[in-house]
Design a protein around this ligand. Structure first.
Ligand SMILES: Cc1ncc(COP(=O)(O)O)c(C=O)c1O
Length: 392
């Protein structure tokens, strides 16, 4: 893997014609250590956010030894790149064949589910398994998050009590899990979900072994400056202390974005300019998927020139009208064809969304050793300030 100090050095040396995914293992390691040290429970990395083998290895080296997989493919990736790790198969709707293979061939014992029909699949394919941890996914609101995950999965208040009781009767360990939505902008999102989960557990009258608060932990993007992660952890810990669960119950979380966002960026080349629009060689069907489809604004810097800035909209390389990132992105007024632009904080849901549409989707890869554009992970003085903020 070629390595550079920063993106400017990279373009000076390589003048790349293809977009470049820039990996920063030191930042993945930093995020992993932060969660490991400060989250008061087990941390499962949600592989879907970024399944790159180098990232799985960096997180594993940083202390992450639990992984949340959504498919057999992700399970196999984790087995290959984080040997010995504990894996949860946390997609609530699974094929029976996938449940069986995960259990028999890959040693998976943790699964989530959200309906009696899913529970029946376990009865059919694993009738004798007495070592299952089954987590009932509850439907919770996504109001305080930028991306909703509240409508597709999760048992509602009309079905959750019976499901909890039936899973309790079947599983070695019973858990509840939920997802407050991705990029939750306030710790209150977790309080709301935990209150709702506590009501469900009380109504069902079951004893809980695992409380899994899911993902949703944020990263910093332009226009999105969440509170410190310590505040999220403190809120969750406070709720866990009074949660109706067994004395030895475990607390889990499943961060995807927060563990991966800082660790990758993409460098693109400007192929053309028309007024305030730039045509670049990555876009809606590549690593800038969320910039196009969700209007996400990643931090951007022109690597070829500086000076006074203006706002630009961007077009990606395919022939599709939807291949457009409206931004606005602030870049130098004289940005032109041939310039290179780096988009940062692209480690989460960037690489993982890439397609081969129109023949694009092929990237160079390089390692960089610099610091992120902005981050929730602090060192030295900032760490002290965050600690002070917590005690205020
Ligand atoms: C079950 C589950 N856990 C965890 C995550 C990771 O969420 P985030 O990247 O917001 O932390 C997701 C994201 O879709 C998910 O579906």
């Amino acid at each position: 893997m070629v390595q550079f100090d920063n993106a400017r050095q990279l373009v000076a040396k390589l003048a790349p014609e293809r977009p470049v995914l820039c990996r920063r293992p030191h930042l993945a390691h930093r995020a992993a250590s932060f969660f490991k040290e400060r989250f008061p429970g087990h941390v499962f990395y949600a592989v879907k956010a970024n399944p790159a083998p180098w990232l799985l290895e960096a997180l594993h080296q940083g202390g992450i030894d639990h992984f949340d997989a959504a498919s057999l493919t992700e399970i196999k990736l984790v087995r290959a790149h984080a040997p010995g790790a504990t894996i949860g198969f946390m997609h609530p709707v699974k094929a029976e064949a996938a449940i069986l293979e995960a259990y028999q061939e890959h040693g998976v014992r943790i699964f989530s589910l959200d309906s009696l029909s899913e529970l029946a699949k376990f009865e059919r394919v694993l009738p004798d398994a007495r070592d299952l941890t089954l987590c009932v996914r509850l439907q919770v609101g996504s109001d305080l998050a930028k991306i909703s995950l509240g409508s597709k999965f999760g048992a509602g208040e009309d079905t959750d009590a019976e499901l909890l009781q039936q899973v309790r009767a079947r599983a070695e360990r019973l858990g509840v899990c939920f997802h407050v939505g991705s990029q939750a902008m306030s710790p209150v999102a977790f309080k709301g979900a935990l209150d709702r989960a506590a009501r469900a557990v009380r109504r069902a009258g079951v004893i809980l072994d695992v409380l899994d608060v899911g993902g949703g932990f944020p990263a910093v993007y332009p226009g999105m400056e969440p509170p410190s992660l310590e505040r999220y952890f403190a809120e969750i810990e406070r709720c866990f202390e009074t949660f109706p669960s067994a004395a030895n119950a475990e607390l889990w979380c499943e961060p995807g974005r927060a563990l991966s966002a800082d660790a990758e960026s993409v460098i693109v080349k400007v192929m053309g300019r028309r007024g305030d629009s730039l045509f670049i060689n990555d876009g809606a069907y590549g690593a800038l998927y969320d910039a196009a489809h969700l209007g996400w604004r990643y931090p951007a810097q022109n690597l070829s020139r500086g000076g006074e800035e203006q706002t630009f909209g961007l077009y990606g390389p395919t022939c599709d009208d939807a291949d457009q990132m409206r931004g606005p992105f602030f870049l130098p007024v004289d940005t032109q064809e041939g310039d290179y632009i780096e988009f940062g904080t692209l480690g989460a849901y960037g690489r993982s969304m890439v397609t081969g549409f129109n023949g694009y989707g092929s990237y160079l890869e390089a390692g960089l050793t610099d610091e992120p554009f902005s981050s929730l992970y602090h060192t030295g003085a900032e760490q002290k300030m965050a600690a002070e903020e917590m005690t205020r």
